[in-house]
Design a protein around this ligand. Structure first.
Ligand SMILES: NC(=O)c1ccc[n+]([C@@H]2O[C@H](COP(=O)([O-])OP(=O)(O)OC[C@H]3O[C@@H](n4cnc5c(N)ncnc54)[C@H](O)[C@@H]3O)[C@@H](O)[C@H]2O)c1
Ligand SMILES: [Zn+2]
Length: 372
């Protein structure tokens, strides 16, 4: 078991990581269930998968403490992050009489967490919520830090708010049912923490990554706790990404988003897979600039490939050129500019924000990579 504090003055909260936490939910979340003791049902949001797999356990834990849950269940996938679903969810919360003192419980991956977080940011101008992340991606990244959002026609996550949860409960046991591909995609974000700021953790992942992916309890808990401790530290230092500090968490994401956009944000390339390929590209571009050794760039690529994640650009079977990928990046950042800030590497565990990166050069680099 590990408890990590997110130290935001006045809004500090705990991230608890322990096997079997879900079965002990009523105890683990007791302070945040107190407002329902009078008899009102506790509002829980899940998607059909997490509801099917884990709602019964939650219901049993609450029942043992004289409480009951009422469930709002969404269809799995990004389509749940829309105005339409948000409207239904907020109507449902208001009909249930939710107050600013209440907490809404999000049981699911990043989609459920982002949707519930945003709904709670705007319901009664801000009610509480508890994150119970059930994917590796959500357990190491999206459930902590308070970024919440829905998608619109203009793009992903463009409508949202900063709204911190009151508690995050991470039960690694729920990952036993996660499809292997989703597990690997989440693991890309774990490798990200090592690459961006913790060389010792990266070394450890090189040696133990296989155990993490195989969901061996001790290795898994260490990987989650180390990732979350880094995220908590970075969020406490730069909650709203006003300095470059929190931006470091986007290592690999500028390249990755371009690849996701080019593949239509579809099952062809999951977010974590795009980030994995993006980190390889960031490492290789850094090597091309002479800022990281060819050996370290190769190590980064090797760790990603060893996890079964994409590490070789031609394998994605794209039909576009580098200039088109750069167009996606420009669109992403709403920049007409000829340069963009890019997260690059000075070494394993040493990411930094480069401000002078010329997009023509990025396009040329991507053409080389596409032909490699
Ligand atoms: N707020 C942030 O800081 C932040 C950070 C990164 C990503 N995100 C967002 O997170 C979302 C992606 O999250 P995700 O990767 O968790 O995807 P997801 O929530 O869509 O979950 C992936 C799939 O796994 C299923 N699933 C979830 N838990 C399961 C379990 N324990 N067993 C079996 N199946 C399970 C889901 O039903 C879904 O089909 C994106 O919308 C992204 O924008 C947000
Ligand atoms: Zn990400």
């Amino acid at each position: 078991m590990a408890v990590i504090e997110v130290a935001l003055a006045g809004r500090e909260y705990e991230v608890v990581i322990a096997e079997g936490l879900l079965a002990r939910l009523a105890e683990a979340a007791a302070p945040f269930l107190a407002s329902y003791r009078g008899g009102r049902a506790v509002p829980f949001v899940a998607d059909t998968n997490t509801h099917r797999l884990y709602a019964a356990g939650v219901d049993a834990s609450l029942a043992a403490h004289g409480m009951n849950a009422e469930w709002f269940v969404v269809t799995p996938g990004e389509d749940a992050k829309t105005w339409r679903v948000l409207e239904h969810l907020t109507d449902w919360l208001l009909a249930a009489g939710v107050t600013r003192k209440d907490h809404v419980f999000a049981l699911g991956g990043g989609v459920v967490g982002d949707l519930v977080g945003f709904a709670c940011a705007v319901t009664k101008r801000g009610c509480g919520f508890v994150q119970i992340p059930t994917t590796l991606l959500a357990q190491v990244d999206s459930s902590v830090g308070g970024k919440t959002a829905i998608n619109t026609a203009a793009g992903k996550n463009l409508i949202g708010a900063f709204h911190q949860p009151s508690l995050v409960l991470i039960d690694p046991l729920v990952l036993d049912t996660l499809p292997p591909r989703e597990m690997r995609a989440g693991y890309a974000e774990v490798l990200k923490y090592g690459l961006l700021g913790n060389a010792a953790f990266f070394d450890w992942l090189e040696a133990n990554g296989e155990k993490v992916l195989a969901r061996e309890p001790a290795a898994l808990e260490h990987a989650i706790a180390t990732s979350i401790a880094m995220k908590a530290q970075i969020v406490a230092e730069d909650e709203r990404e006003t300095e470059d500090r929190r931006a470091l968490l986007n290592l690999g994401h500028t390249f990755g988003h371009a690849l996701e956009a080019e593949t239509g944000f579809s099952d062809r390339l999951l977010h974590g897979e795009g980030v994995a390929m993006g980190m390889v590209l960031a490492a290789r571009y850094s090597a091309r600039r002479g800022e990281v050794s060819a050996d370290d760039a190769a190590r980064a690529a090797q760790a990603i490939a060893a996890a079964g994640l994409p590490a070789h650009l031609p394998a994605l079977d794209l039909t576009c050129d580098g200039a088109r990928l750069v167009e996606h990046m420009r669109h992403d950042k709403k920049a007409e500019a000829t340069t963009l800030p890019f997260l690059l590497l000075n070494g394993i565990g040493a990411a930094y924000m480069a401000r002078d990166v010329d997009l023509t050069d990025i396009a040329a680099f991507l053409d080389e990579e596409l032909a490699a």
